[in-house]
Design a binder for this molecule. Structure first.
Ligand code: GLC
Length: 579
């Protein structure tokens, strides 16, 4: 493997912006961001695990796809108890993926192709193997080492009752008990996720300071943005009360507490101290859109994932309601919306959209719910164009551009996700959306390893995935990959797409039609019948073939077309709507 010199680019990185795309300080308002789950993207050294060498080799693929930035899920040293969201050292790359020096080279090489780097910071917790937690376990109750976490004595006469009964995000309990050096049961510690992910105590100034240093460490290496994991969970009520039945705003003891805003103002100050714009992107699951938008005030985060759209069932009224609601929520804080169809935590879009109930909810995830993949793929194609035309930035989860379905029949010995194990298998977990990408060939693992065709991948892709390989789709004009490439090429050239206003157009029932700028129109037909397109429009791209009928071109059901209006006065009317 090529050797790389460490840190050469450090000072130069922020000023290596060289084309108009990477010189644009507002890139995060419109950008197309591709999410890489490094373990499953491409394997450069033949050990069956994805790595930085694999990503470097595949950068031309991403360039051709037409993205503006890559977001890497955690690539740091980690025991992988939660797929890397259990970080043991924020300043080092896991040896399974590569080295820090190689990450620096990757950041630079991507930037040379006009692709920025976004990394994932996990501030709510660390790995139980992190030095801080190991020190805390070895220190006495009440010590400064334990004050970095939430150690607490148990309730009841023997201290064997947990301090609270808060629910765990992965199922099971949120407290685990430690053992004293003499073997007697000791204090409990808090973990909102797995027991290998102890929660940090954000009331402790040392934690605030450490994270600002971590941000600087990565910004110094040319990183353009930070995805903030579990961004609304960090702060806890130190009194550790139970969760009230109907908590009012800011009253929940571990979610969306008001003190968070001060923390993110500090992060924003760090980001703003760098040249160019370093974007802060929150993973914020909150049903209250006003509380959600409060994180996007001008001196806090730049954007946050819009999960509402992703969780909605396929249906015009439902999706339009979500679009209107989210755009309205962003308006008062002047932040751009984001559009997300899937990620490493949720069921793949083509599988979701092929189900009779196509909404998503962690609580109702079950194995073996049937899905019509042909229908799901058709809808996922329509959804791709629809979301790419909406105002704001766009996220693409690796493999969605290949139309990969969820793998729902992984054998037990291939299951890794704590969500599966902590729910005793009731929840199928998230391994099924993290299966290594199929690149080429007819047999699993489909060229996942660049150096050894036969190296087994850490999770085995199903045999049927031969039809989804990037190589096969590359030469197929009707493939999902071709659709994504065309879509992103148009989106890049079309000045009215990305950030900016949109305007709904009066249309038939169950049709989502809107205008961007004067002449660009998106029509998504979610009705059960084909719809006739206005005369004189020029189709730019459609998710399914248009059908010529005597009274004009028609758009089939469950599809989207992008049109160019040749005459702005055509009977497409509508009220202006600002984003
Ligand atoms: C976020 C991540 C998820 C992880 C959890 C705990 O929700 O997206 O993958 O398990 O946080 O860090």
């Amino acid at each position: 493997m090529e050797t790389v010199a460490p840190s050469q680019q450090r000072e130069a990185a922020p000023s290596t912006d060289h084309d108009s795309k990477t010189a644009d300080d507002t890139w995060w308002r419109s950008g197309v961001i591709y999410q890489i789950y490094p373990r499953s993207f491409a394997d450069g050294n033949g050990d069956g695990t994805g790595d930085l060498a694999g990503i470097r080799a595949r950068l031309p693929y991403l360039k051709e796809l037409g993205i503006d930035a890559i977001w890497y899920t955690p690539w740091y040293v980690s025991p992988l108890a939660d797929g890397g969201y259990d970080v043991a050292d924020y300043r080092a790359i896991d040896p399974a993926f590569g080295t820090l020096a190689e990450a620096e080279v990757l950041i630079t090489e991507a930037l040379e192709l006009g692709i920025r780097t976004i990394i994932d910071i996990v501030p709510n917790h660390v790995s139980a193997q992190h030095t801080w937690f190991q020190q805390a376990l070895n220190a006495a109750p009440g010590s400064p080492e334990r004050a970095r976490f939430w150690f607490h004595k148990g309730l009841g006469p023997n201290g064997d009752e947990m301090p609270t009964h808060w629910p765990n995000n992965f199922g099971g309990e949120v407290w685990s008990r430690t053992t004293n050096p003499d073997g007697t049961p000791g204090e409990w510690y808090l973990h909102l996720f797995d027991s290998q992910q102890p929660d940090l105590n954000w009331s402790n100034p040392e934690i605030i300071d450490e994270h600002e240093q971590i941000l600087k460490f990565w910004f110094d290496r040319g990183v353009a943005g930070i995805r903030i994991d579990s961004a609304a969970l960090l702060v806890k009520d130190p009194a550790l009360p139970e969760i009230p039945e109907n908590p009012g705003p800011g009253e929940h003891p571990n979610t969306d507490r008001d003190e968070l805003h001060e923390i993110y103002r500090g992060w924003r100050a760090v980001a703003d101290s760098y040249p160019g714009s370093r974007a802060l992107i929150g993973e914020i699951w909150l049903p209250d859109t006003e509380r959600f938008a409060a994180y996007l005030r001008p001196d806090e985060l730049h954007t946050a994932f819009n999960f509402d759209f992703m969780t909605r069932a396929w249906g015009a009224t439902n999706l339009r309601e979500s679009i209107d609601m989210m755009l309205a929520a962003h308006e008062p804080v002047a932040a751009p919306a984001t559009w997300v169809l899937s990620n490493h935590d949720v069921t793949r879009a083509v599988t979701r959209y092929g189900r009779s109930d196509s909404s998503f909810d962690f609580l109702k995830k079950r194995r073996g719910v049937p899905s019509d993949l042909e229908l799901g793929t058709r809808r996922a194609r329509a959804a791709a164009l629809l979301t790419a035309a909406l105002p704001g930035s766009l996220y693409i989860y690796q493999g969605d551009e290949l139309g990969l379905p969820e793998v729902e029949d992984l054998p037990l010995d291939q299951m890794h996700d704590p969500m599966f194990f902590r729910s005793n298998g009731t929840d199928p977990g998230r391994d099924g959306c993290r299966v290594p990408l199929p690149w080429r060939g007819d047999d699993p693992p489909f060229g996942f390893s660049l150096t050894d065709d036969h190296a087994p991948a850490w999770l085995t892709p199903p045999r049927e995935w031969a039809r989804y390989t990037a190589a096969r789709q590359d030469i197929d004009p009707d493939s999902m990959l071709t659709l994504y490439r065309r879509m992103l090429a148009i989106r890049r050239d079309e000045g009215s797409l990305g950030d900016g206003p949109m305007r709904w157009i009066d249309s038939e029932r169950d049709v989502l039609a809107f205008r961007r700028g004067e002449s660009f129109v998106n029509v998504s037909n979610l009705s059960e019948h084909p719809v006739t397109l206005p005369a004189g429009c020029v189709p730019l791209l459609s998710s399914m073939p248009l059908v010529e009928k005597p009274d004009g071109m028609t758009l089939p059901t469950d599809s989207t077309v992008w049109l160019r209006l040749t005459d702005a006065r055509q009977h497409l009317t509508g009220e202006p709507r600002t984003a």
